[in-house]
Design a binder for this molecule. Sequence first.
Ligand code: BTN
Length: 289
Amino acid sequence: MTLRPHRVGAVVERLESVPSTMDAVKELDKDGAVVVAAEQTAGRGRKGRAWHSPEGGLYLSALLKAKMAPKHLGLVPLWTGLAAAETAAKWGVEPRLKWPNDVLVGKRKLAGVLAESALRGRRVDRVVVGVGLNVNNVAFPPGVPGTSLRQELGEAQDLDAVLDDLLARLTAHYDAFLDEPTGFLDDYERHCATVGLGVAVQTAAGGTVRGTALAVGDEGELLVRTAGGEGGAGGVVRLREGDVADVEAAAEGGPGAPGPDAGAAGREPSTDEEDGDQGAPDAGGGAAP
Ligand code: BTN
């Protein structure tokens, strides 16, 4: 099938096999350029984890070079995850987002998003956003609770049709984001399984924040209300990154709930000189939800 022209996907390079589309797309140096690979030999997920990328899955990275404020970097993987969830919903499954950007069906992971950004001084030079969407995957690494559209729907799906739909949605979200960066957040929260529930979030600093997820803030952070530990005061913690390890089961502000200065709370979105990992779960093709 011929792909329709989209801003995200203005240039689409298709590769049979590549270590990671995240690196390949940087070579294209054009806003909206996309690399799609049939397989990746060194696909990566958030937090340095591997993303198992055999043939059958959709693996793409897009290069975003439009002007954006550093404080809005944390929103990019959120609307990208929303776009992937919308595509999955169009294919007839019922996806939910787990903050920040995992797409789950039930407790199984259907898609993951990785964003890496580069700053030039205090300016955002580029963002590379990658999506791994399990379309026709039939197996996942041991211990990885993944699922695919094929497994959910009982038959193989047209990869190019999924790609075309996803590029259209990424384009719509990218345009809307440049116009009004936080405009998508209500929609995101409606699709988000995390907001409103008890959560235990493993922070980048190695701690665990327990409490109730209240909302997603204007910079993409998860707002968690913690209760005080023994004699301690509760409060609202802003988590810039982390893994939601446990939803529902976590009691609000259970033992070990740190105060507002714990973990990743209150930090700027992680961005380093070259590539700042914005986020991500375990081995892909299905990272642990
Ligand atoms: C996650 O850990 O959930 C994020 C997974 C992101 C995987 C995609 S596949 C396309 C792109 N290339 C990579 O190496 N990673 C991303």
